[in-house]
Design a protein. Structure first.
Length: 296
């Protein structure tokens, strides 16, 4: 059997590498690949719980998937799920479970974040027999909520209608909003409560995060890797009452509103969902739009 000298083999490898690195294009490609390694490893996570309808009953064995990436997982007995290794970008997340209608949402992921999202699955609506109705159209005046139904029809965002609000009108506004996926309610002094986005950072800087003192005066904490919270912008009847950048007043206390005076609520958990009319420079923390009842 012919045996090769180990030293000769090593010299051959060194000579071959020298020839390759003398080719500029190939050397640049190798260096570029090594430089991009840290970015390729910066991937996001999606986690939360799956609930049934408007209740807090967990749904077990619900499939949460990003089909285009071939990523999927199932919820446990408490409804908890977790998707890892999600690359940066906008992806469609689909949730399915036996006995429920599929839920689909378009979500934008940064490379180093953990996005906390609770998913509410709805029961299928039973089909009824067709009923022919003849009616005469009655013109009506388009008021402040003329765009609400149009935005609701797009299927982007979460919408809390009048019928749901009536069921919870004896509770605090923060209690109702705590049931909406994508919102985390943080208490303040006394009975005060503030809406915080479920978006947090695993590492690095959070340009929109802030901390507040107990007297509810804002204290800037921009750029800190921990300790800051991503407070959601709040609009009341289409007017901004708090937005993260440029707000002159304090945070908006959700519990200053009595649910008996509220007609409907819109929730946009991420910047990619926010309609243009509510999209300020700080929309990355999400937006809540509250509509009060029109006096009759």
């Amino acid at each position: 059997m012919l045996r090769r000298n180990p030293i000769d083999g090593f010299r051959g490898i060194v000579h071959a590498l020298g020839r390759l690195m003398r080719r500029p294009a190939l050397a640049l490609a190798i260096a570029g690949g090594l430089g991009n390694g840290s970015r390729l490893l910066a991937q996001a996570e999606l986690q939360g719980r799956v609930f049934a309808d408007s209740t807090r009953r967990p749904v077990m064995n619900a499939e949460v998937a990003i089909p285009r990436l071939r990523l999927q997982t199932v919820s446990d007995s408490l409804g908890r799920y977790r998707l890892r290794d999600i690359p940066r970008g906008e992806h469609v997340v689909i949730t399915r479970a036996v006995g429920f209608r599929p839920d689909s949402s378009r979500t934008t992921f940064d490379g180093d974040e953990a996005l906390l999202v609770d998913i509410r699955l709805r029961r299928p609506v039973a089909a009824l027999e067709a009923v022919r109705v003849r009616a005469v159209g009655i013109p009506f005046e388009r008021g402040k909520m003329s765009g609400y139904e149009e935005r609701k029809a797009t299927g982007i965002g979460r919408f809390v209608d009048h019928d749901v609000i009536v069921k919870y009108e004896d509770r605090r506004t923060s209690e109702l909003l705590s049931m909406v996926p994508g919102i985390d309610i943080r208490p303040g002094s006394g009975a005060k409560a503030y809406a915080v986005s479920g978006r947090t950072r695993l590492s690095g800087r959070c340009a929109l995060c802030r901390t507040i003192r107990d007297d509810n005066q804002q204290q800037s904490n921009i750029g800190q890797p921990t300790g800051g919270l991503c407070y959601m912008d709040v609009y009341l009847d289409g007017v901004a009452v708090f937005y993260t950048q440029g707000a002159s007043g304090g945070l908006f206390d959700l519990n200053t509103l009595n649910l008996k005076t509220v007609e409907a609520i819109e929730v946009y958990a991420g910047g990619a969902q926010v309609p243009a009319e509510f999209n300020r420079t700080s929309g990355g923390c999400g937006v809540i739009v509250i509509w009060t009842k029109v006096p009759r």
